[in-house]
Write a protein that binds this ligand. Structure first.
Ligand SMILES: [Cu+2]
Length: 166
């Protein structure tokens, strides 16, 4: 199973002398390629007891291709459905809305981070999301097709709890 992961150092400018340390650090990150797209570190916050829904994020999805691609859907065995969401803070209240697609422009890194912007909402969880566990998430892209990634459940350092209250 571990062979499915590709561990990639992010900073090409690091000196060779730093390589061993770099590799040691990067066992804490993972990324996946789908065509011209690089999906960097899929992660989910642990589910809150009693909450129906969870959320999944990426550090970013980078489009290294020359054409626009779009994230058009997702599914996972741990939830009934997955929705594409955008969160915006309006008058101090975080509001989410469902999107039908998220643009991934050529040459750009689009962030899907907890605390704001885009994320994937895992609707009606079939099981709790527990720190340290991993689950499959299949992403559907307009051009790159379908790609299944492993999502790591982890507790971010700067986490807001207001997220799951829709
Ligand atoms: Cu949401």
């Amino acid at each position: 199973m571990i062979s499915k992961f590709k561990f990639v150092g992010k900073s090409a400018s690091l000196l060779c002398a730093g390589l061993i340390a770099l590799h040691a650090m990067n066992v804490h990150a993972h990324d996946f390629s789908a065509g011209a797209l690089v999906i960097d570190h899929p992660y989910a916050t642990p589910s809150i007891k009693g909450a129906a829904n969870g959320a999944a994020y990426f550090r970013s999805i980078e489009n290294k291709g020359k054409e626009l691609d779009r994230l058009i859907g997702a599914k996972t065995p741990v939830a009934e459905t997955v929705e594409l969401h955008e969160m915006k803070v309006e008058q101090d209240v975080a509001r989410m809305r469902e999107l039908t697609a998220i643009d991934l422009p050529s040459g750009e890194k689009v962030q899907f981070r907890h605390g704001g912007g885009y994320h994937l909402m895992l609707m009606n969880l079939k099981q709790p999301l527990i720190v340290g566990e991993r689950f499959d998430l299949t992403l559907k892209f307009e051009k790159a097709g379908e790609k299944t990634v492993k999502v790591w459940v982890q507790q971010p350092r700067n986490m807001g709890n207001e997220h799951h209250k829709h």
